[in-house]
Design a protein around this ligand. Structure first.
Ligand code: ZN
Length: 306
């Protein structure tokens, strides 16, 4: 069986999945505030989970942050006390077995590719349109993380076809560049762009409610959002041509958005005969912890050769 951890700023979510993806155990504890307590907490959670299911489990951890592929040390973690530590080695020593760690967008995509909206596809791209705009690529049920662990970071590509007359004034991104996809089609980017243009202070749900009521500025903003997401999705399809493009995060819950994006994307993909599939994520908030559980490689069937 597989233990998955989703490390949040305040809570650590634990789930155990069997090889078919059925949930066998779940728990939630407060996130500690220092490194040593964190290691001890994970060890205690592993012990509790393994006692509950009665077998030794593989261990995967999902968190906003990354293991630097060059130094093996944690970086960019939301729990800042983890940064600069060799978390993989320290946990492996404490637990006596290998531990797998990846960021939340990668866990999301892996979860959806294994047994979610992208199930059965050889190539699945997962995108999370929430506070930011994360993304990840899964091929044959394996994450493609890349040489620098930045594969799938489409949110920091420039918005395809950016035109000031259509998309509005240039937007600065925290990454240091301008007009990143994330500054337009994340939930945060969407409402920020509208509020700057019209001098309002609406949240994304308020803006969507206004669009549903037919408020003209909100309707236009929503239509532009659909078009911008479609342009961004098409740029991925033209490169990796996934079986399914799965969208999660807060924006994916807007009724009709996914269907509208799929329809619009046909305008921007290369082949007129293309068959594309844009789907809403199946597991919602549970994708992080489920994907973490899937991080450990599957046990290989023993192949005896003489
Ligand atoms: Zn950026």
């Amino acid at each position: 069986m597989r233990i998955g951890f989703d490390i949040g700023g305040t809570k650590i979510e634990t789930r155990v999945l069997n090889q078919q993806g059925a949930e066998m155990f779940r728990a939630r504890v407060a996130t500690p505030h220092d490194y040593d307590t964190f290691i001890q907490t994970i060890a205690a959670q592993v012990k509790e989970a393994e006692q509950a299911v009665g077998v030794s489990c593989s261990i995967g951890i999902g968190l906003p942050g990354a293991v630097c592929p060059h130094t093996q040390l944690m970086k960019n973690a939301n729990c800042t006390f983890l940064n600069g530590h060799d978390l993989l080695a320290d946990l492996a020593r404490e637990l006596g077995k290998a531990v797998y760690i990846d960021n939340d967008a990668n866990c999301f995509a892996l979860s959806e590719a294994r047994d979610g909206a992208g199930k059965g596809g050889n190539v699945v791209f997962g995108a999370v349109l929430g506070t930011g705009c994360g993304g990840a690529l899964v091929v044959n049920q394996q994450l493609i993380t890349g040489r620098n662990a930045i594969a799938g970071e489409w949110g920091h590509n420039p918005l395809p076809g950016y035109t000031p007359e259509i998309d509005g004034p240039a937007r600065a991104c925290y990454c240091g560049r301008e007009n990143c996809i994330e500054t337009f089609i994340s939930g945060t980017g969407f409402s920020k762009g509208f509020n700057q243009r019209f001098g309002t202070s609406l949240t994304t749900p308020q803006l969507i409610a206004q669009a549903e009521e037919g408020q003209i500025n909100a309707v236009h903003a929503y239509r532009l959002l659909v078009d911008q997401v479609a342009r961004s999705v098409a740029s991925i399809i033209n490169v990796v041509d996934p079986d399914t493009f799965v969208i999660g995060g807060g924006l994916s819950n807007i009724p009709g958005l996914i269907e509208a994006v799929e329809k619009e994307t046909y305008r921007y993909v290369f082949s007129p005969e293309a068959k594309i599939s844009v789907k809403q994520a199946q597991y919602g908030d549970a994708s992080g912890v489920r994907g973490a559980a899937w991080l450990a490689p599957s046990p290989q069937p023993s192949t005896e050769t003489r």
